[in-house]
Design a protein around this ligand. Structure first.
Ligand SMILES: [Zn+2]
Length: 111
């Protein structure tokens, strides 16, 4: 299973919430006659749902995802005594890679 970043989901919810808020704002600016004829309930519902969802997401515990993801040093076939990180593709010398438990560039666990 892949991972999704909490802040990405929150950002998406914020965007949907913002659209609903704009719709509500626009609706509020209309005349009373218009407001009686045209419902804005959908936008109110969506705004509330997104607000609840954002609060729920903020309350979710942060998992230390990095602990669960491992990378490995891959031999760079084109160049001798060199290998690169499977995650960020940065090259290091083969000698140095043997001592490193973490990639110094992206921090992924190499153990
Ligand atoms: Zn790396």
């Amino acid at each position: 299973m892949g991972y999704i970043r909490k802040e990405d989901v929150i950002r998406r919810c914020e965007a949907v919430k913002h659209l609903a808020e704009m719709r509500i704002e626009e609706w509020r600016g209309h005349t009373t006659e218009y407001k009686e004829q045209v419902s804005c309930q959908e936008a109110f519902d969506r705004e509330r749902e997104m607000r609840d969802m954002i609060m729920f997401l903020y309350d979710l515990p942060d998992e230390d995802v990095k602990e669960n993801i491992h990378g490995k040093w891959i031999w760079n076939l084109g160049r001798e005594y060199e290998c690169y990180c499977s995650n960020c593709k940065t090259s290091v010398s083969e000698k140095a890679s043997r001592k490193m438990r973490f990639c110094p560039y992206c921090g992924i666990d190499m153990r």
